[in-house]
Design a protein. Structure first.
Length: 603
């Protein structure tokens, strides 16, 4: 059994080294999955036969990459083969250029090597933007480790999970990049440092507030109530609009805001009200005593995207909430453990003066969406909610957290049996409702690890919360909950997916982003346990088809059960080519159902 003690952080001198090693791991994982594996440029062989590079008597295998365009080779030890490419790296990275001697790579040399290979492959100029993002991610990760060592204890399991993603996405080339934040901003505002702070507020004349709600109360009424005694500063002639503290400084430099402050359409009141915990997205704020999360705009490029609430997303969040209310009874009948968190209201500031484009831009900078908070049935004693991304990872912090939860669920059960039983419960709660919503109602919910909140009862999977309606899409030919023609053309385009596009997104989020990570974390390098866990996924899919199967689901799930590959999102490639995240392509990820391939022969 793994050590399940509380998190132990590295010493000060190890922070940058740990961040650099993580940068190497995610770069290798991305490159292997997106480029090397599809081209047959990855080889594995037993570690004991190696005559150079990382040696030793330890178990494991050697992974070697051929960088064909730059005539270089890379080799690193991994704990075990992985059908889905979720490797656990366990040695330094070695590289060889043009048949010269072997050298140990640090994160800078490996990043340079892989980016040079991509530049030659795609025929592009040097990719300085992605190189900068990788460097920024390492700097942020180092600062997070430092801030975490100096921080106060986490405020309960749920907040700890929101603020526990020390290393971030396992298949993103710059998982902690936060372009726009200074080093001090990283320390002050990063959830991973276990911080909390009040939001900043603007008092806005009612005629300058743009808001909508599907509830009886408006967003500004709820925000005023949440402020408690601090609300007195607004009086009857102004409405409260909260913003992220960093965003407040950003807004105060805007020409329209400066003019509105001068003519008293706006007043800046600074920090007010309760303290909020920043969650894993950085811009969605949580106060346990309040009925709603606040999803704020934040003009910082976090990983791929500038994190603003676009106007069409504001409209789409309310539309998605209405649709979920129509479908609520049907979903609750079949999946009583499921809750899709609503986003029933938003508010922002609309100022005239520099044209429609400037007005719209400012609306997106001020916009705040209210998201339904955790159900009151979730507490910090026996029934606990945790963000799935904070449970499923191969780093030592995340695995300790996961193993403690599994051990709590079955204290008297053998390790492998406990893991299998626990995982089956998780897959049963995740797969059927997401597939049912897609095949029966045309709902595409992006159930990736950061959008999935698992509720456990004494450690065992008991419920599931799915969140973030920004990513919810619909397939028009199967979606009948509400007429789409009530949306503006822009919002209708943004929320609509074709059937193939919708299925790829569902399959990627479920099988690659979510379950592949989950299996890798639970199996811990055991090929036998990995096979058995994927067999559990097969059982859940087969059971879904027996109970809820349709012609459409048989057409999609049947090939998966027969071994068709999964679609994997190409995060490295889309970043390298400087495309928008929505333009990311997919690569084929080997399907592991029923087997983990034997280690191929060395070529």
């Amino acid at each position: 059994m793994l050590n399940t003690h509380a998190e132990t952080l590295p010493r000060r001198e190890e922070w940058s080294g740990m961040a650099g090693r993580r940068a190497q791991e995610v770069l290798l994982s991305c490159y292997c999955r997106e480029l090397a594996s599809p081209e047959g440029a990855v080889r594995l062989r037993p570690r004991s036969v190696l005559s150079y590079g990382p040696r030793g008597d330890a178990g494991g295998h050697l992974l070697e990459l051929d960088l064909r365009h730059t005539r270089a080779r890379v080799v690193v030890a991994v704990e075990a083969p992985s059908a889905t490419g979720n490797y656990v790296y366990c040695s330094p990275v070695w590289y060889q250029l043009h048949n010269r001697g072997w050298e140990v790579a640090d994160w800078r040399s490996l990043s340079h090597l892989l980016l040079r290979e991509l530049e030659e492959r795609f025929g592009t100029e040097p990719q300085k933007e992605l190189a900068h993002q990788v460097a920024d991610s390492v700097a942020v990760m180092t600062s997070i480790l430092a801030g975490r060592a100096e921080s106060r204890d986490a405020a309960g399991p749920y907040v700890e999970s929101e603020q526990g993603l020390v290393f971030g996405h396992s298949f993103h080339p710059a998982p902690k990049s936060r372009l726009g934040f200074s080093a001090e901003d990283v320390r002050r505002f990063s959830p991973e440092t276990r911080t909390r702070y009040p939001l900043h507020y603007f008092a806005v004349r009612p005629e300058c507030v743009v808001q909508q709600s599907v509830m009886e109360r408006k967003a500004t009424d709820i925000i005023r109530e949440d402020l408690g005694s601090s609300a007195g500063g607004f009086g009857e002639d102004f409405l409260p609009i909260p913003v992220h503290p960093w965003q407040a400084g950003h807004l105060l430099s805007h020409s329209l805001v400066k003019r509105a402050l001068q003519d008293d359409r706006l007043r800046y009141l600074g920090p007010l009200g309760p303290e909020f915990f920043p969650t894993s997205s950085l811009r969605t704020m949580y106060a346990p005593e309040l009925p709603f999360f606040y999803k704020c705009s934040l003009h910082v490029r976090i990983t791929n995207c500038l994190r603003k609430n676009a106007v069409y997303e504001l409209e789409g969040s309310l539309f998605a909430t209405r649709a979920l209310r129509v479908l609520e009874k049907d979903l609750a009948t079949h999946f009583p453990w499921l809750r899709m968190l609503e986003e029933p209201a938003f508010a922002t500031v609309g100022l005239d003066g520099e044209g429609e484009a400037a007005r719209r831009d400012l609306e997106e900078r001020f916009a705040v969406i209210l998201r339904e908070s955790l159900p009151r049935t979730v507490d910090d004693k026996t029934r606990v909610a945790r963000v799935a991304a904070a449970l499923f990872g191969t780093d030592e912090f995340t695995r300790r957290r996961l193993m403690a939860v599994v051990a709590e669920s079955a204290p008297a059960m053998g390790f492998e049996r406990a893991v299998e039983t626990w995982f089956h419960g998780y897959a049963e709660r995740l797969l059927p409702p997401v597939l049912y919503a897609f095949f029966h109602h045309g709902i595409v919910h992006e159930a990736h690890l950061q959008n999935t909140v698992l509720v456990t009862d004494r450690g065992a999977p008991a419920g599931l919360l799915l969140r973030d309606l920004e990513g919810l899409k619909v397939v028009p030919e199967r979606f009948a909950a509400l007429p789409l023609d009530t949306l503006t053309p822009e919002a209708r385009r943004a929320i609509s997916y074709g059937d193939e596009q919708g299925w790829k997104r569902i399959a990627y989020c479920l099988f690659v982003n979510n379950l592949s990570e989950t299996v890798a974390a639970l199996a811990g390098g055991s090929e036998r346990l990995e096979r058995r866990l994927w067999d559990r996924v097969r059982q859940v899919l087969t059971g879904y088809e027996r109970r809820f199967g349709t012609e459409d689901s048989a057409r999609r799930i049947g090939p998966l059960l027969a071994g068709a590959p999964f679609p994997g999102k190409a995060n490295l490639t889309v970043r390298f080519l400087k495309k928008a995240d929505r333009e990311a392509g997919y690569v084929l990820v080997p399907n592991p159902f029923g087997r983990v391939p034997e280690v191929p022969s060395w070529n």
